[in-house]
Design a protein around this ligand. Sequence first.
Ligand SMILES: Nc1ncnc2c1ncn2[C@@H]1O[C@H](COP(=O)(O)OP(=O)(O)O)[C@@H](O)[C@H]1O
Ligand SMILES: [Mg+2]
Length: 528
Amino acid sequence: MFVVIEPPRRDGAEFLCLCVLIDMSGMAGTSCRREITMDAHEPDMPVSPEHLSSATEFVAALNRLRLWAGKPSLRRMRVLGGQTTTAHGAVDLLPPSTTSGILNGEGLPRLPRMEFVEGFVAACLRARGQATAEIEREVVRWRETWRRLAASTNLGAPAAGRKEAEDGVMAVGALGTGIGRNDLPGDLADFTGRGAELRWLFSGPSADDGARAATTVAVIDGMAGVGKTALVVHAAHRMVERYPDGQLFLRLHAHSAGAQPVGPEFALETLLRAWGVHGDQIPEELEARAALWRAQLANRRVLTVLDDVSNAAQVRPLLPGSAGCLTLVTSRRRLVDLDAASTLSLDVPPPGDAIALFARALGNDRAAHEFVAVGDVVRLCGYLPLAIRLAAARLQARRAWSVAYLAERLRNSGRRLDELAAGDRRLTAALALSYEQLAPAVQRVFRLLCMLAEDDIDARVLATTAHCDIAEAEQVLEALLDVHMLQQSSAGRYRVHELLRLYARLMVREAEAEAEAEAEAEACLRRG
Ligand SMILES: Nc1ncnc2c1ncn2[C@@H]1O[C@H](COP(=O)(O)OP(=O)(O)O)[C@@H](O)[C@H]1O
Ligand SMILES: [Mg+2]
């Protein structure tokens, strides 16, 4: 193989040869000829990053940029490149050994870190005495190219593809960074419906909501199993290109069996580590951690999903300050005190989408065969996605059952919750995690109102039943509404989701059984 440089150049040629050889190394053993024609005229700016199509070309272009800048020494590049802030203070962006390694193509086929590239481009332009505005413009061009190349290494691909993608862009250089990291769990292959909610998430600023123009935090709240996580994960996968610097996912475990909610300190540590910051660079104090996190994300376009959050205090320190970042938060509670957040309260899907969800989970053929029974099952599940999934899974596990047979079993309201279980997933377990977080007095009121015959409840009815005044009843109803144990049918009127009502009745029976057992034990003691 031989490489022709045409016309002969005094600069950069050897490196370009090296790059081409690397590019062609997959062709070892074959004889081939490749010609590179370089511009014989020295343009104002020697490289148009927009045209670069590989990491190799990218690094070659950095070399040419330095030559154009008068080939400043590595020591001078360090001074011109400036510094970045870490937990341990300021660090040079262009340490000579790093710069020399990158320019020699040592990190290929990986891209250099974006921070390095930004510092490098700025240093070259400073060496040529360019104005600040020009430097900024040029840095933006290189940053965009970097993102395009990083994205073209398939950063959005889940699971198996992700590792290679990370390898393709992870750091060459001294400072670790997670730029390009994708932590998202896999998207649901059979994700169904939620068109309006996805549009809301994608639309950003909307005409009737001026505040959303600057919004970088969107909160999705709703009852257990309504589909909050599924929605944000699906949306996040579709937003990968908008947030090419990274997509992070963190569960905060507000409602996980056997796990405590994650405190903001630990959450920040996890995020910073995921971002490639070494443990010994992570400060102890919450404020300092939060500041470091914001500094890491400054001027970046990163999407962070914070799943299953308990309250606003848990989230606030994790929010980036940069307007280019988006944070999607899910919670069973309305986070009314999270400023600057747009909120969407997720309801169960409309019947048509709920049926489609069930049909896809079960297999469309089987569902089409018994479409009337499918409608019954979905209605008996209260259109709740989690219940629908469990019903479909139950049918998958019992091939001999027809959909109509399952519907028949679900009609027995005393047994319905038991029917909605598959493997180790139980609907009651998901509902219990919400119920158990209520204060005992609120649990009592909730049980009481679930025993009422009316579907629609107001504070007056509850006050009569619970023997309290109307203001107190209203307060409890609003508190239950805030944690999505109740829904609001119209101002001042509330209703309970059918499956939650069944769960509360189960709790009543348990409480009665416990009281009876206690009374019996006491009677035994008195007799004895
Ligand atoms: N739009 C949807 N399409 C398909 N399945 C969904 C959808 N929404 C939710 N599910 C399923 O319903 C179940 C509960 O959803 P999840 O997102 O975990 O609820 P939440 O986070 O609100 O508790 C999951 O098994 C999920 O796969
Ligand atoms: Mg969830």
